[in-house]
Design a protein around this ligand. Structure first.
Ligand SMILES: Cc1cc2nc3c(=O)[nH]c(=O)nc-3n(C[C@H](O)[C@H](O)[C@H](O)COP(=O)(O)OP(=O)(O)OC[C@H]3O[C@@H](n4cnc5c(N)ncnc54)[C@H](O)[C@@H]3O)c2cc1C
Length: 601
């Protein structure tokens, strides 16, 4: 086979915060590390994170990791695994200090310590007064983190494959993952990267929905790669809609605005969150605020000519606070809306934001799968961290500020575990040709573009002539928004499953270009759409099956949370779109379990 081949101790797919934090740990321990990224590392979506990262430093309000743990378990609507949540919340303060020592320029308080702002779902004393737990670098925290981690990796001599697209994982018969097939986006040249250990850190799949806050690269490639390698995806029905996206456009207005004192009003000028969450009002959990906005609009109290958004008010705040703490938000509003939030409220509407589900992992970031005896076991040498993983620290609803924390805590945990694993696994395993062949076949389908399909006499050739990858992507995003949005019902979800399946069927015969020359970027769009379609199916199928309302999954026909039947994680397999379930890990590492309670804010 005439394909370049390289060998490393560890392969990290993805150069966002999770991938870079892991790579740094490994390179500093003198392991050889390859990081593959389809964009230049500092363009990964982590760069867009605004509001900040949670850690119970107690710089502004009294705080403690156990309160943070309570809030996270409650925020997850009791679907989060409490051992992983304890691990994350305990590790948070030292992880922030570590980042500070790497050089992250956090904003400061007068006394020089790290600035922290209040975010939704944060409390002191297990549900008491509002806490201020989110460490921020103005409203560009992700940018500060990602650039710092990248510089540290350059210093530690991590090997980067920038602008390489990972196609599929390579494995042997036993299911061990031995590397990846990728290609150089500029030249199209293929490469096989072999490794003793692999970390998937490819981020989320926000591009599943038409209106979203995500970068166009967030197509969930790693999740789909895992599915194709026979690994199930966990809790895919839980997709977070952020309450405050720019109406009609989707760009994020950070929760930090409400943390700094901004609030939502309806067409009557009413601060409506007082009715939905009397205690914490606008700083209720994201699922609660998104639903409240959707209800206000449905009941006719939306603003604007079409009554289809609400307003986020910050014109009552001190202009200096906006300029100093929310400069990026002010920029976004002025550029995309022509509105200066210092003078005028901003039209907002819930927008798809975060993939709670993902590749099932434990607190060491090892990928775990069910075994016949009823338990689960780790796949040796395979790890996942960041938004593509489901540890599960976010359960049915993630708290703002907990993802930047998740990516560094579990990126670091993966790095540490891999270093130990490498000590007893010193050799590369043989890579079977069949596995490479399979990955190449997937690529070959789009190699000639679908120009070839156009001339085929397949019964679907009519479709092939008419439908392009770009059109199918639009259709998928529309279907997901319409059939699997903030509120869900049985009939609509069932139609959604059919609609996504139909898109999947058509994609096989779609064309990628109207021209005789096909750019690699067009091929990538096709490969990404194949990935998205599988994730769309996973999401609607899991959502249809779950007959309860929990966190972000809100069923109009089953409005209550049902702990007796549904306090369990769903696992979706590619083969036959099969679903099975596994118990929530309710036992923390050292403290008592937080038992499920009614969730009020
Ligand atoms: C606008 C916005 C604001 C946010 N603000 C906050 C916040 O304030 N606080 C917070 O806690 N969370 C926030 N989040 C969420 C948080 O930023 C993300 O969940 C987190 O940064 C994801 O990091 P990651 O390392 O998992 O993935 P990403 O940063 O998304 O990186 C994924 C990487 O995988 C690579 N990749 C993917 N597919 C392939 C492929 N096929 N081949 C090669 N490479 C591939 C990409 O090139 C990229 O390097 C925000 C999210 C958004 C969208």
């Amino acid at each position: 086979m005439n394909i370049a081949q390289r060998k490393f101790d560890t392969l990290v797919i993805g150069a966002g915060g999770a991938g870079l934090r892991a790579a740094l740990q490994l390179s500093q321990a003198e392991a050889t590390v390859a990081v593959v990224s389809k964009v230049f590392p500092t363009r990964s979506h982590t760069v867009a994170a605004q509001g900040g990262m949670n850690a119970a430093l107690g710089n502004v309000t009294d705080d403690n990791w156990h309160w943070h743990m309570y809030d996270t378990v409650k925020g997850s609507d009791y679907l989060g695994d409490q051992d992983a949540i304890e691990y994350m919340c305990r590790a948070a303060p030292k992880t922030v200090v570590e980042l500070e020592h790497f050089g992250v320029p956090f904003s400061r308080l007068e006394n020089g310590s790290i600035y922290q702002r209040p975010f939704g779902g944060q409390s002191q004393n297990f549900g008491g007064e509002q806490a201020a737990r989110t460490c921020a670098a103005a409203d560009r925290t992700g940018h500060a983190m990602l650039h710092t981690l990248y510089q540290q990796n350059i210093n530690a001599k991590t090997h980067f494959f920038d602008e390489f697209f990972a196609v599929d994982l390579l494995k042997n018969k036993r299911g061990d993952i031995l590397g990846v097939l990728a290609f150089d986006i500029e030249s199209g040249e293929k490469i096989i990267i072999e490794a003793k250990t692999t970390l998937i850190a490819t981020g989320g799949a926000g591009q599943l929905f038409r209106t979203n806050t995500n970068a166009s690269i967030n197509t969930g490639d790693g999740l789909a790669m895992a599915l194709r390698a026979g690994i199930p995806l966990q809790d895919m029905e839980f997709f977070q809609f952020h309450p405050t996206g720019v109406a009609g456009k989707g760009m994020l207005i950070t929760e930090g605005v409400r943390g700094e004192g901004g609030y939502l009003i309806n067409a009557e000028g009413e601060r409506f969150m007082e009715r939905y969450a009397p205690h914490v009002k606008d700083l209720a959990s994201r699922d609660v605020v998104s639903r409240a906005i959707a209800i206000e609009i449905r009941e006719g109290r939306g603003c604007g000519p079409n009554k289809d958004y609400v307003l986020l008010k910050m014109d009552h705040l001190d202009a200096e606070v906006i300029k100093k703490r929310l400069p990026g938000i002010r920029d976004t509003c002025m550029t995309f809306l022509g509105i200066d939030p210092i003078d005028q409220p901003v039209p907002v509407f819930p927008t798809a934001h975060y993939t709670m589900g993902g590749i099932p992992t434990n607190k060491n970031a090892q990928v775990v799968v069910p075994v016949g005896t009823g338990g689960e076991e780790a796949i040796p040498g395979l790890y996942a961290a960041g938004e593509c993983a489901c540890a599960s620290v976010h359960g049915a609803n993630r708290l703002g500020g907990n993802s930047l924390l998740d990516i560094v805590v579990f990126g670091r945990a993966a790095g540490k575990h891999i270093i130990d694993y490498l000590k007893s696994h010193r050799r590369h395993q043989a890579l079977p040709d069949e596995s490479i062949e399979q990955a190449l076949q997937r690529l070959a389908h789009w190699e000639t573009g679908a120009l070839e399909h156009e001339s085929s006499d397949h019964e679907n050739s009519d479709h092939a002539k008419n439908v392009s990858v770009a059109q199918l992507k639009n259709r998928l995003q529309q279907v997901m928004e319409e059939y699997c949005g903030v509120f869900r019902t049985e009939d609509v979800l069932a139609e959604g499953v059919k609609a996504v399946q139909d898109i999947k069927d058509q994609l096989e015969y779609a064309h990628i270009s109207d021209h005789s020359s096909i750019f690699n970027t067009a091929r990538i769009e096709a490969l990404e759409l194949e990935n998205l379609v599988e994730l769309g199916l996973a999401t609607v199928t899991s959502a249809l099956a779950r007959q309860e309302s929990r966190g972000a999954h809100s069923r109009v026909d089953y409005q209550q949370r049902d702990d007796e039947r549904w306090m369990k994680h769903s696992l979706y397999y590619l083969q036959d779109n099969r679903l099975c379930y596994k118990p929530v890990r309710t036992k923390p590492m050292t403290v008592d379990t937080f038992p499920p309670k009614e969730r009020v804010y």
